[in-house]
Design a protein around this ligand. Structure first.
Ligand SMILES: [Ca+2]
Ligand SMILES: [Ca+2]
Length: 400
């Protein structure tokens, strides 16, 4: 049996929602006695709007003046030295007060050749509910950036656009425009399925997940790991409710993960939230055998870390269905010698490590579409003989 690991891959979770109570009015006719109803806090009803106009505007000579409405690819966004397309979606929202505005959208890859990381700036502007050349340069607010990794095929994005939408509405305009423009010259992306939710959040449509970095530590009290949680888009907060004391945790109870680029968080504002360091608590001896079973291997264990809580932009809290665990390795185990067979593959006698960023070993657990596990198996067969009929994949960051 061969096992593989991947770098930069997040274990996938299923979220179970625990929606804050939306309290309905409980007025009842009391025939015999007047009672006073205590008013409770109640959430505003959320409305999710679909675009009333969408498409792409083309600047042919790339002189900054748009020339035509794109007729081949709806939602096309790209930029070269000689031409640029910007993707447009406009919404017509109701007259409700805007306390929260959440933009969700998908960007897909049109042409997998060319640059493998594509970045698109996202703007909000005052629109008119129609696709027109003026949308290409309409003055607006930069609200975020969508970074698309081409091997993923597509990705989903969520941005808190409250202040930008309030600005549009505050000027007396109920038509909200969204524009995606290439951050640099780039091969194309395609904007699809944009929605604008006012005073709430739509159900998250993408993958969320977590990983521990490292995925296993030595039980020596000094080796450490962090927990990273990919929220997939804007959220209010990510917290971890720490279990027990077998790990020396950076706090007790609920600890807050950060996305400010500090304290071990690798990138600020990428919606990957990071904990401070955990270490093994050497006050606890390790189990003699994995799982406490004498027939199992000695010197390794896994420990549950805690429960992840994620607070959506509207205050709704969700938690992971599966809790994150970390591997614990006895310092007395000897290290297996690894041989690097290619830039992305290394092997030990019982393990093949594949360095990849396409999240496929996790994605194949969750969806039957766009399976690209062959991109991993081909890495194996490119350096090893075709003698293995069954491969078991695990995601990890060990050895990255
Ligand atoms: Ca327009
Ligand atoms: Ca981050």
């Amino acid at each position: 049996m061969k096992l593989g690991w991947k770098s930069g891959v997040f274990k996938v979770w299923d979220c179970v929602g625990r929606r804050e109570r939306r309290v309905a009015s409980r007025r009842r006719w009391q025939p015999h006695r007047q009672t006073v109803e205590i008013l409770e806090a109640r959430a505003l009803l959320a409305t999710t709007y679909q675009a009333v106009a969408s498409g792409s505007i083309k600047d042919l000579a790339r002189d900054g003046t748009p020339d035509s409405i794109e007729t081949v690819h709806t939602g096309l966004v790209n930029r070269s030295a000689s031409a640029e397309n910007r993707a447009i979606a406009e919404f017509s929202i109701g007259g409700e007060a805007v306390n929260l505005a959440v933009l969700d959208f998908t960007v897909g890859v049109l042409n997998a050749a060319g640059n493998q990381t594509r970045q698109f700036d996202v703007y909000i502007y005052g629109g008119d509910g129609q696709l027109s050349l003026g949308d290409f340069n309409a003055s607006g607010s930069l609200v975020g950036m969508a970074t698309l990794e081409v091997p993923l095929g597509y990705d989903n994005y969520r941005l808190d656009v409250t202040s930008a939408v309030q600005q549009v509405v505050g000027s007396g305009n109920s038509k909200v425009g969204v524009r995606l423009a290439s951050h640099d010259d780039t091969f194309p992306g395609v904007l699809s399925n944009p929605t604008l939710t006012i005073n709430g959040v739509a159900t998250w449509r993408g993958l969320r997940g977590w990983e521990t970095t490292k995925s296993a530590i030595l039980a020596d009290g000094s080796d450490s790991f962090r927990l990273e949680v990919d929220a997939g888009g804007a959220v209010n907060s990510v917290e971890l409710d720490v279990f027990g004391t077998r790990l020396i945790a950076p706090g007790t109870g609920r600890i807050t993960l950060r996305d400010d680029g500090l304290g071990g968080d690798r990138v600020a504002g990428d919606y990957v939230f990071t904990s401070d360091e955990f270490r093994y608590n050497t006050a606890y001896p390790m189990s003699s055998f994995y799982g406490g079973t004498a027939t199992s291997v000695a010197g390794i264990e896994s420990i549950a870390i805690g429960t992840i809580y994620l607070t959506e932009l509207d205050g709704t809290e969700v938690q992971t269905r599966h809790v994150p665990e970390v591997g614990i390795v006895s310092p007395s185990l000897s290290v297996a010698a690894a041989t690097q067979l290619s830039s992305k593959v290394q092997v030990t006698p019982h393990l093949v490590n594949i360095n990849s960023a396409i999240s496929e070993s996790q994605s194949m657990l969750r969806q039957m579409q766009q399976l690209r596990i062959s991109e991993l198996t081909n890495q194996v067969y490119s350096v090893l003989p075709d003698e293995f009929d069954f491969l078991t994949f695990l995601s990890s960051t060990l050895g990255s």
